[in-house]
Structure formats: C-alpha cells, structure tokens
Design a protein around this ligand. Structure first.
Ligand SMILES: C[S@@+](CC[C@H](N)C(=O)[O-])C[C@H]1O[C@@H](n2cnc3c(N)ncnc32)[C@H](O)[C@@H]1O
Length: 252
C-alpha cells in the first residue's frame, strides 16, 4: 500500500524506531548493468514535509529515527525533519558495497557512500552492544586518571568505512547469487547494526518504503517486530519472502 495511507492509520507514539529509505524523486534506472531495473514507483517524489511530520507523530518519545538521503536532497530533507520536530544529531556516511556507475563518469566523483540522517525524538542513549571491539585491549588506561577501556565500542563514528564496518549496500554479484533484484537494495547486516544500537528486542521498527524488504529482514533477524508498506506488488512479494527467510539466510 501507499506509505502515506498507512501512516494515517498509525496512532501517535506507536513505533519504537524508524529506519527508512524513501524515494528521492529521481530516476534510478541504471543503464550500465546487464539486468536493467524498472523505474521505481514514487520516482516523482513524495510529500516529504508531510512524511516527516507523520514520522515524528508515530514515533515514541525518547526514540531514534534514521532516514536515508543523498547529498543533493540532504538540505531539503534536513529542513523537513527539523520542522517536524526531530533533533538531528548526525548525518552518517556509510561505504557502499559497490561504486555507482551512473552520472557523468568523466566529470564527477563516484558515489561510494550512502548518507543517513540520524534523528532523535526526545533523547535515547545508544545501547551497549557487542558489535565492534575497541582496538585497545580491555582495561587499558590510555591517560592517567581516565577510566580503563571497555572491550566493545559504546560510541561509534558517524562515518562507517573500512573492513570493521558492514557496507551499506550489496554489489551486483550478491544480487545475482541471491536472485534478489532492487535498484536501491540495502545490506541487511548494516541495518541490523543500526537496529541493535537503537532498539530493544520485541520493539516495533517502521519502514514505510520496504523495497525488497531489507529493513524487515534485519528486524526479523534481530528479534524485533516490523511494520511497513511497499507500493509495488512485485517488490512487496520479494520483501515478504525475504523477511520470512531472514533468520535462515542471514542468521548464519
Ligand atoms: C529507495 S527504495 C527502498 C529500498 C529498500 N531499502 C531495499 O533495501 O530494498 C524505495 C521504495 O519505496 C517504494 N515506494 C515509492 N513510493 C511509495 C509510497 N508512496 N508508498 C510505499 N512505497 C513506495 C518504491 O517502490 C521503492 O521500492
């Protein structure tokens, strides 16, 4: 169904975390791959101002929201989210699993990162996870008078690059191997890290633009509940299947 129709039915403060990847109002058709993706529904854009207001309304007090964006949409998305009431804490920049092959190949830098606006409604500290070990050994005191270091990181960088972090997207080889095709598919492991940092098991995660169901799969994998919408029946079918199989496919 249409995300805006679903949003209108959701009571205030109903969801515990928003992790969503809305359409930006641009065409994603990539002419450089052998298998051409269909032009996405919503390519003409959504009413982002309204979407931001509704997202704020449905999110519980003291909770986190993540909105995928792009450098040229960022100022507009930032303004809408701020006007909706969100406290914008960071723009995360996360390395893609593959470098995009579209645009001016000879006169622009390759887009090798995803941008994600991280917002809070009220204030919620990050969970202490076991996702990433600190480089220094546990108990190391780096300066006199400071507390001994912990085994796992409790504060993450806003830029996720390099081998210690999961990539934001898959490459075309992964899509071919798994038979899952979507032009803007995101990496389930990456989403599952954000979910583990920002929510508790059993809590409800919202993504109004499911696509191939990466957020739904990440929620299932981490023992969270999920609520979402996808306007394209074909992608919705992929998403349903992927969420159902998440634990067996990604849980290993
Ligand atoms: C950027 S993609 C999301 C991709 C997803 N994160 C994934 O990993 O597959 C946005 C999705 O929103 C869908 N869409 C566009 N407009 C919509 C609307 N008004 N309501 C629900 N879904 C919509 C598109 O069909 C597309 O699959």
């Amino acid at each position: 169904m249409d995300c805006m129709e679903l949003l209108a039915q959701i009571p205030d403060g109903y969801v515990s975390m928003i992790l969503t990847d809305p359409p930006y109002g641009i065409s994603y058709r990539n002419n450089f791959t052998k298998r051409k993706h269909r032009v996405l529904a919503g390519d003409e854009g959504i009413d982002y101002e309204r979407f931001a207001r509704e997202s704020y309304r449905i999110l519980k007090e003291d909770s986190h929201a993540y909105f995928f964006t792009r450098f040229d949409c960022y100022p507009y998305h930032y303004g809408c989210l701020r006007r909706a009431g969100f406290f914008i804490k960071n723009c995360m920049v996360v390395e893609k699993g593959t470098v995009g092959g579209i645009g001016d190949l000879e006169g622009s830098y390759a887009g090798n990162a995803e941008w994600v606006i991280f917002c809070q409604k009220g204030r919620r500290p990050f969970n202490h996870t076991t996702l990433l070990e600190n480089r220094k050994k546990e108990g190391t005191v780096c300066c006199a008078g400071r507390k001994p270091g912990k085994k796992y990181k409790t504060r993450f960088n806003a830029c996720w690059f390099g081998p210690e972090y999961p990539k934001a997207t898959y490459n075309s080889v992964w899509q071919k191997q798994h038979g899952i095709y979507h032009p803007t598919i995101k990496n389930v492991e990456f989403l599952s890290w954000l979910i583990q940092i920002s929510s508790q098991p059993g809590e409800l995660i919202f993504d109004g633009f499911m696509g191939s169901g990466s957020t739904a799969a990440a929620a299932a994998l981490t023992g969270r509940r999920y609520l979402g919408a996808e306007i394209d029946r074909g992608y919705f079918a992929i998403a349903e299947k992927r969420a159902g199989e998440a634990v067996s496919v990604y849980g290993g």
